[in-house]
Design a protein around this ligand. Structure first.
Ligand code: FE2
Ligand code: FE2
Length: 287
């Protein structure tokens, strides 16, 4: 029998705006969203199957951005609890708003194509929090490694590749905005680590490798799912920018990004990964 006072049921991923003065204030914070060429996407030349694949891809992207927003908030709290440098925290305080904007952009792209598709999820089980038995600084470092040094660091080259593949002005504007924001997110993790690592004990540093491994494994699983998917289930490359994320070119870029933006920088900081257990001692494989 469950010990929780309520039943944990899957909820539908749906969004709303409150509107009025609150929406106007939000719009003022990020005026570029309304300036995008909404209403110009014609889905007419897509088959029903292709359209559904595109709607699914953008809805999935909106959900991923929502997850990242929660990850940014969890990290932000840990940074405050760890009393990280105020200017670093202030920079990270912008990230949740950025992610909310990305959620809206991706959700609106799905709407442009006919509407979002159904995603059921447990809102209380979106991200894994830091180990509870660690100091505030070690907890912040753990979350930074998992969410920023892996996920966010990877997102810069991958989103830039997706943005380059976009032809239509609307997805180009949407992805261009996301790419600009992500540039700051993607480098933040290593900036924080360079400040935090000298203050961590050897034992605290040792948990960062497995934390990174966990995030790396999750990302690799996602990529192998894409690779094994039959091509008939993939979105059309011309019809939707996100379809680039299901091509061989994307997977090649992804493997390179993992090496250059994640594995090498972590290893250079002496973090022992499953793939490079001896820290910075060994030469890296190339390619
Ligand atoms: Fe994002
Ligand atoms: Fe981000």
């Amino acid at each position: 029998m469950s010990t929780e006072p309520f039943e944990r049921v899957a909820e539908r991923f749906e969004l709303e705006l409150y509107g009025g003065v609150f929406e106007r204030r939000y719009r003022k914070l990020r005026p570029e969203v309304e300036a995008m060429p909404w209403g110009t996407l014609s889905a007419g030349r897509l088959s029903e199957q292709q359209l559904l694949a595109a709607r699914k891809a953008w809805t999935g992207a909106a959900f991923q951005e929502h997850r990242t927003g929660i990850a940014c908030c969890a990290t932000l709290r840990a940074l405050l609890e760890a009393r990280a440098p105020l200017d670093l925290i202030a920079l990270a305080a912008r990230f949740p708003l950025d992610e909310l904007v990305h959620v809206e952009l991706c959700a609106r792209m799905a709407m442009e194509l006919g509407g979002g598709t159904e995603i059921l999820y447990d809102p209380l089980d979106v991200v894994v929090d830091a180990s509870s038995d660690r100091t505030p600084l070690a907890r912040a470092a753990e979350l930074i490694v998992r969410f920023f040094c892996v996920g966010e660091a990877l997102s810069i080259p991958l989103l830039r590749g997706t943005w380059r593949a976009a032809r239509h002005p609307l997805p180009r504007a949407v992805l261009g905005c996301i790419v600009r924001d992500e540039a700051a997110h993607g480098t933040f993790g290593f900036t924080f680590l360079d400040w935090a690592l000298p203050q961590l004990t050897a034992e605290e540093r040792a948990i960062l490798g497995p934390a990174a491994d966990q995030a790396i494994t999750a990302v690799r699983r996602l990529w192998s799912d894409i690779r094994n998917r039959p091509t008939t289930d993939r979105a059309p490359v011309d019809g939707d920018a996100l379809a680039f994320m299901e091509t061989e070119a994307y997977l090649t870029l992804a493997a390179r990004a993992m090496d250059e933006k994640v594995l090498r920088p972590l290893r250079a900081r002496g973090i022992a990964l499953r793939e490079f257990p001896d820290g910075a001692q060994r030469e890296l494989r190339s390619g």
